[in-house]
Design a protein around this ligand. Structure first.
Ligand SMILES: Cc1cc2nc3c(=O)[nH]c(=O)nc-3n(C[C@H](O)[C@H](O)[C@H](O)COP(=O)(O)OP(=O)(O)OC[C@H]3O[C@@H](n4cnc5c(N)ncnc54)[C@H](O)[C@@H]3O)c2cc1C
Length: 337
């Protein structure tokens, strides 16, 4: 079990800035996020859209903001645990222990929940047996493409992820690209490439149809797809990849005994602590009178929450308010001296 000063749940813009505010106060944190990348809504929902209300940054995209926030916390060498969901929170005297779905455990006097609208999770195949094959023969993300070499792969979905992986994996495997509509949503360039590979017989496109059944006991032997006209086709398949987008689930957070209102966590606006001492909620996931779901509000919230985190993590030290421009200690922590 890893001991740390603060566990940050969520690597959205507010979770990232929490690392900064904790770091300049000399506190070490770990960050856990269910997504495979940092940035939360900014990177998942609007990476290319411009944001106009970040102070002193007249315009930047969701992706640029994420990169800037990430660069700003590099000096703290924070450990990130991505693709991991925090499932359990339990108390151990003055500390909190959290457990993730990958069985990692952390202990800390503070938890900052920067969970936004909940964890982003893949929309799963609703068919019987899908769960039994999950993470062995059915995947909702590709972590290591080597696994999919020289195989028969059935890819479901009509968006960028499905198309991009169809292109990539067609370099060394047989691909069936299956979509419930005739039209795909992708860049014209990607769509042209897919059409070219279809003509060359490297990708087989099946539309409009849906998964009907999976055949196989220990592993997948084949799948059957059902077309809109009722016709059923069996396809030899080793692996199924499904890209139906993400859903946001408040998930386990709702079961940690925190006071909640309308799927958000109730906090005080002095230090953004919840009804449990040492558990803080910031960003979109918190509510208090006058709360605005804006990135800049989240930045303010973590600045104040981190002060209380310091007091709990360093009970024998006095907290001293300092400016970054004049504090040698902060500048050393930022690697400037
Ligand atoms: C289209 C759009 C445009 C927007 N434009 C603006 C704008 O111009 N200006 C502005 O200020 N705001 C804007 N917003 C709102 C802004 O994006 C949010 O206020 C901001 O992302 C909130 O940040 P956050 O860090 O609190 O949460 P999020 O960005 O939602 O990040 C939360 C993270 O926590 C993770 N998580 C949750 N639960 C768990 C768990 N149990 N375990 C592990 N990980 C978990 C999630 O996977 C997610 O990555 C916009 C939002 C949208 C959708």
């Amino acid at each position: 079990m890893k001991k740390i000063d603060t566990i940050v749940i969520g690597a959205g813009p507010v979770g990232l800035f929490a690392v900064h505010q904790l770091g300049i106060k000399g506190l070490k944190s770990v960050v856990i996020d269910n997504l495979d990348k940092v940035g939360g809504q900014c990177i998942e929902l609007y990476p290319d859209k411009p944001i106009y209300d970040i102070p002193a940054v007249p315009e930047c995209t969701g992706e640029e903001l994420t990169k800037r926030l990430f660069d700003q916390i590099k000096p703290f060498k924070t450990e990130f645990f991505l693709n991991e969901r925090v499932d359990e929170v339990t108390q151990d005297k003055n500390n909190w222990i959290i457990k993730t779905n990958k069985n990692n455990q952390f202990i800390a006097p503070n938890i900052i929940i920067a969970g936004g609208v909940g964890s982003f999770e893949p929309r799963k195949l609703s068919i019987e047996d899908a769960e039994k094959f999950e993470d062995k023969f059915i995947f909702y993300a590709v972590k290591n493409k080597e696994k999919f070499k020289n195989k028969n792969i059935s890819i479901f979905g009509g968006g960028d992820s499905a198309l991009d992986w169809a292109l990539e994996l067609s370099k060394f495997s047989n691909i069936n690209l299956i979509h419930r509509r005739n039209e795909f949503r992708g860049t014209p360039h990607t769509l042209n490439e897919i059409k070219k590979l279809e003509k060359e017989g490297k990708i087989s496109i099946k539309t409009p149809c849906q998964l009907n059944s999976i055949e196989g006991e220990k592993d997948i032997k084949s799948i059957s797809i059902k077309f809109d006209d009722g016709k059923i086709e069996k396809i030899k398949t080793d692996f199924v990849l499904s890209f139906f987008g993400l859903v946001m689930k408040l998930g386990p957070i709702a079961e940690w005994g925190l006071n909640m209102s309308k799927k958000t966590i109730t906090v005080n606006s002095e230090n953004f602590e919840t009804n449990k001492k040492g558990i803080f909620a910031v960003g979109d996931i918190c509510n208090y009178p006058g709360k605005l779901k804006l990135i800049l509000s989240g930045f303010h919230e973590v600045a104040l929450a981190s002060v209380e985190c310091f007091k709990r993590a360093r009970p024998n030290e006095k907290y001293r308010f300092e400016f970054t421009t004049s504090s040698k200690t902060i500048q050393e922590r930022l690697g400037k001296k």
